[in-house]
Design a protein around this ligand. Sequence first.
Ligand code: NAD
Length: 418
Amino acid sequence: MSEDVNPFESLQSQIDDAAAVLDVGDDVIERLKHPERVLETNLTIERDDGTLERFTAFRSQFNGDRGPYKGGIRYHPQVSRDEVRALSGWMTYKTAIVDIPLGGGKGGIVLDPDDYSEAELERLTRSFAKELRPLIGEDRDIPAPDVNTGQREMNWIKDTYESLENTTEPGVITGKALDSGGSEGRVEATGRSTVIAAREAFDYLDKDLEGATVAVQGYGNAGWIAAKLIDEMGATVVAASDSSGGIYNADGFDPVAAKDHKNETGSIVGYAGSEQEITNEDVLTLDVDLLIPAALENAIDADLAENVEADVISEAANGPLTPKADEVLEEKDVFVIPDILANAGGVTVSYFEWVQNRQRFYWSEERVNEELETVIVDAFDALVDTYERHDLENPRTAAYVVAIQRVADAFAEAGSWP
Ligand code: NAD
């Protein structure tokens, strides 16, 4: 990557692009570019060998005008204050574009979880939950999984919170295991919305999804489910990558078998259905109909974007394109379905989980998937309507126009408080 991109600056430039079209005052836009508050905390836990280690952790509550803050908790060495601030902003506009009554938040701990035992990770997660306790709650701020966290960590946070509060409040966190109050369909939800959005885009562009070629960057939760579901819709997955490298087969491969290989060996590289090993960069620049970036942010910068050959990009990852890459892809007429819509399935089914937790009444997987389908299709229609009505340069700006208008309206309707 030749560009040094600060994700918080990326977020702000996306908001500025939308603000140019919106009839919202600069003072309100300025408010909507910054988090309401950011917790930075130091967590010190005992390692298994008896020594102590300190970790830096963050929770950013970006905006609560439309409902409780909502967003995941990430464990990664590159977690930073600016990354968490940016991700919390994207959550705000994500919940707004899909029109669910939640705000935006995000958190993270700076660490590589591979370097720690399960017992150490549990102590660390519970320590973070203790710090978060005054901030979170089903009506205040509802964390969820993100990179390198999952049901296990969510169950620990729920248990810590409930023990300290002496209550049962499963809606304090989402992404839980089913027996702990999780929702059917949550694990698949992000990949599912990524492909529903892609299907709608192909329909809008009059392109055939049947037989369309697909490359997927990142074969974790979001990426592999997207690969499986797009294959079920009739498309052909020809390439995929994970942090160890990429695989390619011009005739397509079985996404489930590739995942089984990754489960067994730790990587998709070496999967027998692959014709050829390729680099991570090759996966991003293949001549395919659909590219699904599903790893980390800033995966495609302006230089790489020059070589992107896909017709449609559905952003499963958050912020996978730098703003300069966006400009290049717009010039090249690539239809980019923005992250805040494409990967909104995760937060949407998190919302369904929260609704079920509060009702203490649980839905079937079929109902969850049907409701998700409606939310994503409605959001795509709202995006396209705004895209055409304002003759906007790209779908991302259209998504921000819809989302920022909704947040600004909620802020205006609340009135001012001294
Ligand atoms: P994950 O940890 O399950 O998977 C990440 C995958 O990316 C892994 O396969 C890893 O090997 C791969 N990867 C890392 N660096 C790579 C590189 N340079 N090239 C190719 N592959 C690389 O994470 P996830 O939950 O699937 O999340 C992926 C992205 O989707 C993140 O940006 C996350 O914020 C976003 N997202 C996830 C959810 C969710 O519900 N899981 C919801 C919304 C957005």
